[in-house]
Structures are given as structure tokens and as C-alpha cells.
Write a protein that binds this ligand. Structure first.
Ligand code: IMP
Ligand code: MG
Length: 179
């Protein structure tokens, strides 16, 4: 693998497609075991998680549903600050075993705002599966039940993750080169 360029920045090889495939298989096996007989509902958060979600979902050996949602943040009109709502959540969450699929958890802010909304709908259980976690960036601690890789605080692209819209279709994950 060689260094690649996305927009104005250079990225170096970091996690190979083979390493990702192996990790995805491990996570899917674990999920298949834990959710046997439960018919879980996977909620994949767009845009970044679309490739990870597709791969992990195909690797499951149990019956399961998947729904793709988009989290949109906007400023409240008063002093409420930022509000997060989901678009596309057309599945009934009540009494379901729900697994959120995220590409990367950075500060944890997005999920920390979305989780209470989901819990309000009273799922039977609610777990989180993330491919990447920038652990040292944690501001809002999120319990990650199924995690692929813990990575340092350096921007990455590829395998669904973008830099300003581009880089999602790159095979494997690349890390921003130091200046
Ligand atoms: P959080 O709310 O701070 O946890 O932010 C999570 C979101 O930030 C992810 O879903 C990504 O969209 C984005 N993000 C964080 N770090 C990266 C990165 O290194 N590359 C691409 N997107 C990132
Ligand atoms: Mg994302």
C-alpha cells in the first residue's frame, strides 16, 4: 500500500483491508452468538458506517434486520444548544434488541445525544458496535460493546470514512501524515 492523496492532504497506510476483514468476521461471529434467537435490529448510522455495516451484516449467521439512519444536528432556537434527530428510523424500536453500528467514535458527542432519544422508545436492549474508537478523544464516555480497533487521535479515511466527502471508497484505512 502506498501513500494516497485526498484533496490537499496525504494519508499513509494504517489498517489493511485484510485486517479489517478479519476483525469484521470476529465481531460478526460474536454478535451471531450473543443474538442467537433474538432477531436483533441493527441501526447503521450514515454516512460513514455504510461499508462497515454492509460487511458486518453479510457476515452474520442469524436472522436480523437492518435500518439506515442519519443523525442531523441543528441549533435549538433558544439556549438549548445543539439538538440531534434521526432521519429514516422507520422501524419500531420498542421491545427490540437494538445494535447501533458506527464507523468511528471520536468525542462520543453524537451518540451521547442520540442514545437518550432511542432509550426513550424502550428497546429491550441497546448495544453499540463501532469499528474504530479514538479513545483519547473521549469527552462523552460511550459504552462500546463491540469494538474493532482503538486508534490514536489522528484523522483517518477509507472504508467508508471521508475527508470532506472523499476517500470513502478507498480499500483499507489510511492515516493523515504528520506535517
Ligand atoms: P463524535 O460525535 O465526536 O464521536 O464524532 C463522530 C463522528 O465524527 C464520526 O461518525 C465521523 O463522522 C466523524 N469523525 C471523527 N473522526 C474521524 C476521522 O478520523 N475520519 C473521518 N471522520 C471522523
Ligand atoms: Mg459517522
Amino acid at each position: 500500500m502506498d501513500t494516497i492523496q485526498v484533496h490537499d492532504k496525504k494519508f499513509k497506510p494504517y489498517i489493511t483491508a485484510e485486517q479489517i476483514t478479519a476483525e469484521v468476521r470476529k465481531l460478526a461471529d460474536e454478535l451471531s452468538k450473543d443474538y442467537a434467537g433474538r432477531k436483533p435490529l441493527f441501526l447503521a448510522i450514515l454516512n460513514g458506517s455504510f461499508i462497515f455495516a454492509a460487511d458486518i451484516f453479510r457476515a452474520l449467521s442469524i436472522p436480523a434486520e437492518i435500518c439506515f439512519i442519519k443523525l442531523v444536528s441543528y441549533k435549538g432556537t433558544k439556549s438549548t444548544g445543539e439538538v440531534i434527530t434521526s432521519i429514516g428510523l422507520d422501524a419500531e424500536v420498542y421491545d427490540r434488541d437494538v445494535v447501533i453500528i458506527e464507523d468511528i467514535i471520536d468525542t462520543g458527542r453524537t451518540l451521547s445525544q442520540f442514545l437518550p432519544q432511542l432509550e426513550h422508545q424502550q428497546p429491550r436492549s441497546l448495544k453499540i458496535c463501532a469499528l474504530l474508537h479514538k479513545k483519547e478523544c473521549t469527552v462523552y464516555p460511550i459504552p462500546i460493546d463491540y469494538l474493532g480497533f482503538t486508534i490514536p487521535d489522528r484523522f483517518v479515511v477509507g472504508y467508508g470514512l471521508d475527508y470532506d466527502g472523499y476517500g470513502r471508497n478507498i480499500n483499507g484505512i489510511y492515516q493523515l501524515e504528520a506535517d
